[in-house]
Design a protein around this ligand. Structure first.
Ligand SMILES: Nc1ncnc2c1ncn2[C@@H]1O[C@H](COP(=O)(O)OP(=O)(O)OP(=O)(O)O)[C@@H](O)[C@H]1O
Ligand SMILES: [Mg+2]
Length: 417
């Protein structure tokens, strides 16, 4: 049996409001979800970890919950994790390599790697590290727009890449958190890559699509065009701000305000009519009536501000609609806000949809992860599978990336599904 049939991966997305773990069995490129666990996280702010011991507690609790659902035979030692926050930035770079004349002029993986290495060799401040190097095109002897030159003939290989870097200390804090929770971190991926990979169709990425992940503490923008990630930007505004704006209006606790926002929050007054809601006081001993439509102005204010920031970032980068012809995909928990789809349609134009992990990528417990707030965690597994599948080193059987499955577990899995 090949290694691919034996692999189980555990992915941990440390979000500003929650940590979510997905344990999945990898079958080829299919993600078979066998366990999901979520835990509230009070150890992060605006996408980065602010309290390692609290974040570690949440990581451990979420992994253990997922493990419990996956079955007692599943033991998680190694995980892949996500990193978020506005310190994540991308820059374009260019690399060149020339094949030596003594060689046959057929391009190999090693040649591609050399071109990428050359693109990576640019000055990087000491406090930053490279997280992703994404080739956007190869140019072979002057011919551009080549996605994969493997096996082609050529002498001069150039590549355009998009390099994502992060602040070393903040990336290190994710590692420390995972370690404190008792796990080994095998790989780390940025959150917008996770969200994009889970929710976007291949033809959207080809034509051009703008992903907007509205989380609790950040809103992540990612632009895909011609099948490659072209731009990311993390805006440090998310759903927590909306809740914060509503607290004085509702005159109750933050957690009750959060519940009210999720249940009744909306952007368009007319969608609420004359509906009256009852707002509990902070001790939940009495309630106060209010028109549901009165929530809208507060929420709208923050959403307008957020989308002004999104538009400003796109403008600064020279990104116009021609680069996202397939439209906009909204994901993250904030995408569930009533009226948001309409707002984005009216405010930004083009086609807009809500993104959840695509069903075609996932088997097993799809109905559990079929939600915008789980895009990142499912997507980092998808990215992991693609990256390691591509490099033909999906799994080291010596306990490297993934937790190996024993025959007993395999039997359990085959009975279960
Ligand atoms: N129905 C809803 N209406 C409005 N907002 C909602 C709704 N459901 C969830 N949210 C908001 O979504 C946010 C959480 O989203 P998500 O789980 O994607 O964030 P996160 O991953 O923890 O944070 P981040 O990605 O910013 O680090 C919260 O602010 C929550 O209030
Ligand atoms: Mg998130």
């Amino acid at each position: 049996m090949s290694n691919q049939d034996e692999t189980i991966v555990a992915a941990v997305d440390i979000g500003t409001t929650k940590v979510v773990t997905v344990i999945a069995e990898i079958r080829g490129k299919q993600i078979n979800v066998i366990g999901v666990g979520e835990e509230e996280n009070n150890g992060s702010q605006q996408g980065t970890i602010s309290n390692i011991s609290e974040a570690a507690r949440a990581v451990k609790a979420s992994v253990e919950k997922a493990q419990k659902i996956a079955g007692k035979d599943i033991e998680v030692n190694n995980v892949i994790a996500s990193v978020g926050g506005k310190h994540l930035t991308g820059i374009k770079s260019h690399g060149v390599t020339t094949l030596t004349l003594s060689r046959e002029k057929e391009i190999t993986q090693a040649d591609k790697d050399r071109a990428i290495e050359s693109a990576k060799s640019m000055p990087l401040p000491a406090d930053r590290e490279i997280l992703h190097v994404i080739p956007t095109q190869y140019i072979i002897d002057g011919q551009d727009e080549i996605m994969d030159p493997l096996g082609m003939s050529g002498v001069r290989i150039e590549t355009d890449v998009y390099i994502v870097t992060g602040a070393t200390t903040l990336v290190e804090n994710v590692r420390k958190t995972i370690k404190m929770a008792g796990y080994e971190m095998d790989d780390i991926y940025i959150q917008p890559i996770g969200s994009g990979n889970a929710t976007l169709y291949e033809d959207e990425k080809e034509l051009g699509v703008l992903l907007i992940d509205i989380g609790g503490g950040t809103t992540d923008i990612a632009l895909y065009h011609k099948n490659a990630l072209k731009f990311i930007k993390i805006i440090p505004v998310g759903g927590k701000y909306i809740t914060g704006d509503l607290v004085p209006a509702l005159q109750t606790s933050k957690s009750i305000t959060e519940e009210i926002k999720k249940q009744y929050g909306l952007l368009y007054e007319e969608d609420a009519g004359e509906e009256i809601i009852e707002v509990p006081d902070r001790t939940r001993t009495s309630t106060r009536p209010m028109f549901r439509k009165d929530l809208a102005p507060y929420i709208k204010y923050r959403i307008y501000e957020l989308f002004d920031m999104v538009k400003k970032e796109l403008k600064n980068e020279g990104i116009d609609k021609s680069l996202y012809g397939a439209g906009i995909v909204l994901t993250g928990g904030g995408a569930k806000l009533n009226g948001l789809l309409r707002f984005v349609q009216e405010n930004m134009g083009g086609s807009v949809r809500i993104g959840v992990p695509l069903q075609e990528k996932v088997t097993g417990r799809y109905e559990v992860i079929d939600k915008p707030q789980y895009s990142t965690v499912v997507g980092i597994i998808d990215y992991f599978v693609r990256e390691h599948g591509k490099n033909e080193r999906l799994i080291s059987s010596s306990g490297g990336f993934l937790t190996k499955t024993s025959d007993k577990i395999k039997k359990f899995l085959s009975e279960f599904f």
